[in-house]
Design a protein around this ligand. Sequence first.
Ligand SMILES: [Zn+2]
Ligand SMILES: [Zn+2]
Length: 222
Amino acid sequence: MDDKTETKPKAGAIIVPVTLFEQNCTILWHEPTKKAVVIDPGGDVPKIQAAIRETGVSVEKIWLTHGHIDHVGGAAELRDALKVPIEGPHVADKHLLDNVVSSGARFGMSGVRDFAPDRWLEEGDQVSIGELTFEILHCPGHSPGSVVFFNKELRFAHVGDVLFNGSVGRTDLPGGSHETLITSIKEKLLPLGDDVGFICGHGAGSSIGQERMTNPFITGEL
Ligand SMILES: [Zn+2]
Ligand SMILES: [Zn+2]
């Protein structure tokens, strides 16, 4: 019989699609302690709360990748319900968080609120959940205050709407810049390493290596 050491997973995650934009609200947790973070609660808060209950985790924080309505529409409501702090995005997205109600009105999202996070995040900051520590990368382009959460040990990143499986974030919204976005991806994300897997704000996740080799926005085909 093999004398194998059992390796237990350090972390777990589930995705709860929310809003009419099918945004990937992500519940991520440190497995040994079940301490969890909700990333981008864009709306449908009762659905998020049901997923938290089903998962059996204990949510201690809310993290925001950027200020667009589909990512932040439920943040203030969830903060009140769970009594946990909101961390992120970068302060360059303050104008978006100051106008959640008016953005929501454009998409028929009622019950949303303007709010400020408990902590703005900057390049080089660290945030943690349980014993998991994530580094903050400021990646403007899709929005001025977009941030990416990177865990070196897990070889995992949550990239919000900066990078997608086969695509990149749209840059036609106020404050967007395609050139800035591509620079963010090339200078901040590609150096993380090909083996880094990621969850993004919409659709299926991918890895840095797969995108470096096949994403037309990175290979230069587009
Ligand atoms: Zn966005
Ligand atoms: Zn989005």
